[in-house]
Design a protein around this ligand. Structure first.
Ligand SMILES: [Zn+2]
Length: 290
């Protein structure tokens, strides 16, 4: 075997490794809620017994499909959709285009709306998201359940998007795109800094001015593609330890009951405090303290 042949073989070997690495596509996690979908303005529309629920579950799938198409155009090869609203059984399997796997129902773990996320993902996308409890001009604003007035970690008041971004951040995965009402787009941008957003509606008190669904789909597809084509811009959302969670609940009886969670302290008439150096312990406490 001569030296030239060896050199050529080595070059071919190196090139094939580089090509194989190039072919490895991105893996994306899409968490989908309902309150922030275009057109939705009332709880009845996102509740299984509501007259127009079937219509809006279809919008939910179509906004998700728009995100999937944007992801595919950006070269994503693996997509997990996490149904994150109510029963977590809103999107029916064949409503989604075939390139995504669908995670349905609640596992019971503290990952909740982020069930299925781990360190193998490259990016997170939020669809149909809404603002935190108490936000003015926000559609169906609340934080996780109707029992929470506010949740803050290290003095930062968080919407669901913030809690979920911290879970993704634990696995070093950045949130790169969010669609929902204008209020949550503003809250998420303020928290995460760099983030692609699409406001599909603007709250006016309890009313909302909505984009036509077809326009919303087009904007979501384009926004997701843009975000996933510029991944280096985004950083995982993290706070610095030690962590201190303050939870303000709406009912005194619940404050009393949840003060018995191991490690929880009642620090006010309506307030519970929980401290840890581990963000996932904070997430577990949050999951069981409301
Ligand atoms: Zn919801």
């Amino acid at each position: 075997m001569n030296k030239t042949f060896l050199l050529i073989s080595l070059l071919v070997f190196i090139c094939s490794i580089a090509l194989a690495q190039d072919k490895k596509g991105l893996k994306v996690f899409i968490s989908v809620d309902m309150e922030g979908l275009t057109g939705v303005v009332n709880w009845e529309e996102v509740s299984r017994d509501g007259k127009d629920y079937d219509y809006f579950r279809n919008i939910m799938a179509k906004e998700t499909n728009a995100a999937i198409m944007g992801a595919l155009e950006a070269g994503v090869t693996e997509i997990i959709v996490r149904d994150s609203h109510g029963s977590a059984r809103n999107i029916l399997p064949d409503m989604l285009i075939k390139h995504a796997k669908l995670l349905r129902d609640w596992s019971g773990s503290h990952k909740s709306m982020m069930e299925g996320i781990d360190k193998t993902f490259d990016a997170v996308v939020f669809i149909g998201y809404h603002a935190k409890a108490g936000t003015p001009d926000a559609t169906l604003e609340h934080t996780m359940s109707g029992s929470i007035m506010d949740v803050s970690i290290n003095g930062i008041s968080l919407p669901e998007a913030g809690i979920n971004a911290l879970i993704a951040g634990y696995y070093n995965v950045p949130v790169v795109f969010l669609s929902g009402d204008l209020a949550i787009c503003k809250q998420a941008t303020e928290l995460f800094g760099e983030l692609e957003t699409v406001a599909v509606k603007e709250g006016i008190g309890k009313a909302a001015l909505n984009l036509h669904p077809d326009v919303a789909y087009e904007k979501i597809k384009k926004g997701v593609k843009t975000a996933l084509s510029n991944l280096t811009k985004y950083k995982p959302y993290k706070l610095k330890p030690p962590y201190k969670m303050l939870l303000t609940l709406k009912k005194e009886e619940l404050v009393n009951e949840k003060s018995f969670y191991p490690g929880a302290e009642r620090t006010g008439d309506w307030e519970l405090t929980y401290k840890s150096n581990d963000i996932m312990e904070i997430m577990k406490a949050f999951r069981w303290m409301h």
